[in-house]
Design a protein around this ligand. Structure first.
Ligand code: GDP
Ligand code: MG
Length: 173
């Protein structure tokens, strides 16, 4: 049978080490793998999902955030329908790097919905970034929303993908 389900392309971005690959793996496989290596260049995954009674194909693009891979970013952004910007709640500079990331994203994928996602909420004692600070930064950059997650415990993992997908789908009707 011909596969006619619409495809949505979601890009993950944010500094190296914030947990992009771990979040994608947790969502797609349901497990947290401590031994994930550094992402070289770009990896991408596909998942068929039902959302709001509709079958869709979700493509998740996971970008190696390291400086030496940044040259791939413009082509990586092209034709994306939405994004998740990840920062690590134990590292404030990863939140403030949103500005640099948006300089590239806004040129290459203008007006896509993006959620700001604080990662590693299980590291309670190491927290350096409050929710209020992150909400403020999200608002300053006119992002579509803010969520905190833990790929380790699974906290909000389904929720963050479901939230961005619903926004992406409502924009492409
Ligand atoms: P990426 O470079 O953004 O893809 O980050 P990775 O997914 O490779 O994760 C970087 C490091 O953070 C790894 O050591 C992960 O095990 C760890 N990590 C990722 N997510 C979490 C989390 O939710 N909780 C904790 N405690 N560690 C995490
Ligand atoms: Mg990675």
């Amino acid at each position: 049978m011909k596969d006619t389900n619409p495809t949505y392309k979601l890009i993950l971005f944010g500094d190296g080490g914030v947990g992009k690959t771990s979040l994608a793996h947790r969502y797609l496989t349901g497990v947290f793998n401590e031994g994930i290596g550094v992402t070289i260049g770009v990896e991408f995954y596909i998942k068929n999902i039902m959302i709001g009674g509709k079958s869709i194909k979700l493509q998740v693009w996971d970008f190696g955030g390291e400086q030496r891979f940044r040259f791939l970013l413009p082509s990586y952004c092209k034709k994306s329908d939405g994004g998740l910007f990840l920062y690590d709640i134990t590292n404030l500079s990863t939140l403030h790097s949103l500005k640099q990331w948006m300089e590239v994203i806004s040129v290459n994928a203008p007006n896509i919905p993006i959620l700001v996602v604080g990662t590693k909420t299980d590291l309670v004692e190491k927290r350096k970034v409050t929710k209020e600070e992150a909400v403020q930064v999200s608002k300053n950059h006119k992002m579509s929303g803010f969520v905190e997650v833990s790929a380790k415990t699974g906290f909000n993992v389904e929720n963050v993908f479901e939230t961005i997908l619903k926004i992406m789908m409502s924009k492409t009707l």
